[in-house]
Design a protein around this ligand. Structure first.
Ligand SMILES: *[C@@H]1O[C@H](CO)[C@@H](O)[C@H](O)[C@H]1NC(C)=O
Ligand SMILES: *[C@@H]1O[C@H](CO)[C@@H](O)[C@H](O)[C@H]1NC(C)=O
Length: 381
């Protein structure tokens, strides 16, 4: 008896461990969100998020609690609700709740802004300033008006970086007002082309820079491979055509045996042939020059000689055998304790589903439906 109990206990612990592992580990493909912690954002951005959330709250409560009716007394009630303490509480109850990514930052601003919000709320709605201006710029002093930067909200450079960049700290209390140029532009006011770019348009108040051809090294006069100053490695200069791609794969020694060489612009890659091949002219078991050992040609494909049992078949039968073992254990448990049996049953199901899912995503055959069916049958008896 004691021995019997110990076995059961062991099995039980085993089930718990396995099912916990399978049921708690979610593949990244299903929930990528858990691996991305939100980036930190600036105070001005946080304040903007708070104001947006407050404005959503205003919208949400715009029909008050007296929705649907249009009787005169309801209009009256709505009027008194419009700037009431009650509505403010209603808005503040939902504040930052619609904001999942930066909720912490939003609540932080909400706490700091509380007294200013009350002041603002008490103002005549017709006369009161825009909330963003009132809270973020004037009260908390974390933002500046557009095209202004820094502690004292000084104006950005007047020409606004030639339209090819932005003022450092624009709209915030940060930065020094110099230009942060877009890719391809340089200069104090972003009015010159960076290395690897050429001027593709120019008039009195605008220039445009475009990227040189991929074959160019160190600049160009135009967009084609003929306009390069020099050629990149992997390209060769031709007097009429400019920089031309070198086909490295013409050299048969570039890749190892049983690999295929694929040329690309300026480079090449070696890819392994299919495991069924001994030499190939493409990727896949239908691209073999000769079949590998233990494989022979069937139509266009090299297929495995079937005298040995396939690895995955062995794997599958082992798996199903252990499932049967689980089911037998449950069957033994049922007459002793239905509660324990159903608990173990649930865990086994969880484990089987996890295992089958794992096998499925790894390309093995699965039998999820069949095993589930068996389990349900067993649990019902
Ligand atoms: C506020 O403005 C609205 C129109 O924008 C007007 O109908 C209303 O009479 C004004 N209320 C006050 C108190 O000035
Ligand atoms: C302005 O800030 C940028 C980046 O923080 C820095 O690289 C640059 O030197 C600063 N310019 C001046 C004039 O302080």
């Amino acid at each position: 008896m004691g021995f019997d109990k110990r076995i059961k206990l062991n099995l039980f612990t085993w089930f718990i461990t396995l099912s916990t592992v399978f049921c708690s580990v979610q593949p990244p493909a299903i929930n990528p969100g858990i691996f991305n912690t939100p980036n930190t954002i600036g105070e001005c951005h946080s304040c903007k998020i708070f104001v947006e959330s407050f404005n959503k709250g205003l919208e949400r409560t715009s029909r008050g609690k007296y929705e649907g009716g249009d009787a005169a007394w309801e209009e009256e009630k709505l009027k008194s609700y419009k700037r009431s303490e009650l509505r403010l509480v209603d808005i503040q109850e939902g504040i930052c709740k619609d904001e999942s990514k930066y909720a912490i930052q939003c609540h932080h601003v909400a706490n700091k802004a509380e007294e200013f919000i009350e002041e603002w709320w008490a103002q005549d709605p017709n006369e009161s300033e825009d909330l963003y201006l009132y809270i973020c710029i004037d009260s908390l002093k974390v933002c500046c008006p557009k095209n202004h930067f820094g502690k004292d909200c000084k104006p950005c450079l007047s020409n606004l970086c030639s339209g090819n960049g932005k003022c450092r700290g624009d709209g915030t209390r940060k930065g020094n007002g110099t230009c942060l140029c877009d890719a391809g532009y340089i200069g104090e006011i972003c009015d010159q082309c960076a290395l690897g770019y050429f001027m593709s348009y120019k008039d009195d108040n605008k220039i445009l820079c475009s990227e040189c051809h991929k074959a160019c090294l160190g600049g160009c006069q135009g967009g084609s491979q003929k306009d390069c100053v020099a050629c990149k490695p992997g390209f060769i200069f031709d007097a009429t055509a400019g920089c031309l791609d070198i086909n490295e794969c013409e050299d048969t020694k570039k890749c190892k045996d049983n690999q295929i060489c694929l040329n690309s612009l300026g480079s090449y890659t070696c890819m392994d042939c299919d495991k069924a091949c001994n030499g190939c002219h493409g990727v896949g078991p239908d691209m073999c020059i000769k079949c590998a050992q233990d494989y022979s040609l069937d139509g266009e494909y090299c297929v495995r000689d079937s005298n040995e049992m396939d690895n995955s078949e062995i794997l599958a039968s082992t798996r199903y055998m252990s499932y049967v073992g689980f089911l037998i254990t449950i069957a033994i448990l049922i007459p002793k304790s239905t509660y324990l049996a159903s608990m173990v049953g649930t865990m086994v199901m969880c484990y089987i589903m996890g295992a089958e899912y794992y096998c499925m995503i790894n390309g093995h055959t699965g039998l999820v439906n069949l095993t589930n069916y068996d389990l349900f049958q067993l649990l019902r008896t």
